[in-house]
Design a protein. Structure first.
Length: 442
């Protein structure tokens, strides 16, 4: 009898950089497992990519994240194909033509190293502390209840209309709502524009997906259109602040900031605001959607959450670990560094694979078990606790807690109606484009 076996995975042939594969088959867990086991600091050379060191263990990602003096953010930030990097460079030139500045200046503060990084991040950091989140809790908690209730009504109405053929999209009808509302509110974006911000973020993140192109456009043109619309919108808000005075919002802080005796340039204001609005709504939305799917895929875990609201915080941490929606960030060695017997030479790049760290068997007991009661959960969903640790971590945690708290009574009435559709933006965020669910009759 002839059996067809999958080809054996080897270090020489494994592939962790094919974004079509992420989109069609999910994350390359088996490949990361092999790397962690056999070559945790692995020199990865494949056509279409500049070679890099693939870093897959928790301890090494923590070490690199904690040493910005050895590993810089200012040269390469995210791994991508050489072709895509050229496109991004051209986009950056377009952008600086539009609002001034030099294309070789750091695009935003993620591209900076200390001490400059800390000064620039510090302009807005006060808005994101756990203490500030606490003051917003009630207001956003109410929003979460309303969004979940609207979503539940849609699920029931769709079922009444179409029965077993009914389907409601979690992404657009639920997950996107609170993250957009929260960051736009903090940014001082008027409520009537929130939907547009969401659409632009979705189109920007999905720029390689023809679904987000207008007829006759390619990826580059679609991106130019979206960034142009977004730029004009921000420009309008800036002019409004200059006319009517500043408020207590992120944009007002950016406009009034002074660093070393100067204000931010228009290029910096636009890019920082774009970073905050984009990061604020693209990431958390995917974690919420992935969390709904994980709970529906694990009914016994879902039932525990439904019965015990005190599990919401640990469930959110497990969802963050489980979904690991940020795939990688990149750093460049500023001097030769020895790690696990390998010499990383000055100028070579290292890529930190966070989902791999989140399945590291040296850190997590039974890492492939989705367990909302997990006690020790030192995950790297928000990065490896270094200089660039996610600025919005408290906000994202708070948003997810209020959504999953409000969802508890609804979850048992839902079932998955179709597999998720993925959009992988820049090999960087594991985005979910659509996740259809339907009402599950009792
Ligand atoms: C579930 C949601 C989120 C996830 C998984 C996530 C993940 C991450 C990761 C992995 C990093 C890089 C950390 C590093 O390099 O060490 C990061 C940085 C960042 N995140 Fe988030 N993030 C989320 C939500 C948010 C939100 C709501 C905001 C709100 C503005 C935000 C803003 C930022 C910013 C500004 C940075 C750059 C920080 C710096 O360079 O100093 N993120 N995030």
């Amino acid at each position: 009898m002839v059996t067809s076996e999958a080809p054996r995975l080897t270090l020489d042939t494994l592939d962790i950089t094919d974004s079509d594969r992420y989109r069609d088959h999910g994350y390359p867990w088996a490949e990361w497992d092999l790397l962690r086991r056999e070559a945790p600091i692995y020199w990865y050379q494949r056509p279409g990519f500049e070679p890099f060191w693939a870093i897959t263990r928790h301890a090494d990602i923590r070490y690199i994240s904690a040493h910005p003096e050895l590993f810089s953010n200012s040269q390469m930030l995210r791994l991508n194909t050489a072709q895509k990097l050229t496109q991004q460079q051209t986009e950056r030139e377009f952008q600086t033509n539009r609002h001034g500045g030099d294309p070789s200046d750091p695009q935003d503060f993620i591209w900076m190293d200390p001490p400059e990084h800390r000064q620039h991040r510090g302009i807005v950091a006060r808005h994101f502390t756990p203490r500030v989140m606490k003051t917003l809790e009630d207001h956003f908690g109410e929003l979460a209840e309303n969004y979940v209730s609207d979503f539940a009504d849609k699920v029931v109405a769709s079922f009444a209309d179409k029965g077993a053929d009914s389907a409601v999209d979690v992404v657009h009808e639920l997950s996107a709502k609170l993250p957009v509302a929260a960051i736009c509110d903090m940014g001082g974006v008027p409520e009537e524009d929130w939907e547009k911000i969401f659409e632009w973020t979705e189109a920007f993140a999905g720029q390689d997906d023809p679904e987000y192109w207008e007829p006759g456009e390619n990826s580059f043109q679609a991106t130019q259109r979206v960034v142009g619309q977004w730029f004009r919108h921000t420009q309008g808000l800036i002019e409004e602040r200059h006319r009517n005075g500043f408020g207590e919002d992120l944009l007002s802080d950016l406009l009034q900031a002074e660093i070393d005796g100067r204000n931010l340039t228009p290029d910096e204001v636009h890019n920082y605001f774009f970073l905050l609005l984009g990061a604020g709504n693209e990431t958390t939305r995917n974690a919420i959607t992935g969390g709904v799917k994980a709970l529906l895929d694990h009914p016994e875990q879902m039932q525990m959450l439904v019965e015990d609201e005190s599990l919401v915080p640990s469930a959110v941490e497990e969802i963050l670990r489980w979904t690991s929606i940020v795939i990688q960030f990149q750093r460049t060695a500023v001097q030769d560094v020895e790690l696990r017997g390998q010499t990383i030479r000055k100028g070579e790049s290292v890529v930190l694979w966070y989902p791999s760290a989140n399945r590291d068997e040296e850190i997590f007991e039974d890492p492939y078990k989705f367990d909302i009661t997990r006690k020790e959960n030192d995950h790297f969903a928000f990065g490896g606790y270094g200089e660039h640790f996610c600025l919005g971590a408290s906000l994202a945690r708070w948003e997810m807690r209020s959504i999953f708290h409000a969802l508890r009574p609804i979850l048992p009435q839902l079932e998955i109606a179709a597999d998720p559709e993925y959009v992988i933006s820049f090999l960087h965020v594991g985005g979910i484009k659509r996740q259809m669910v339907r009402h599950r009759p009792a």
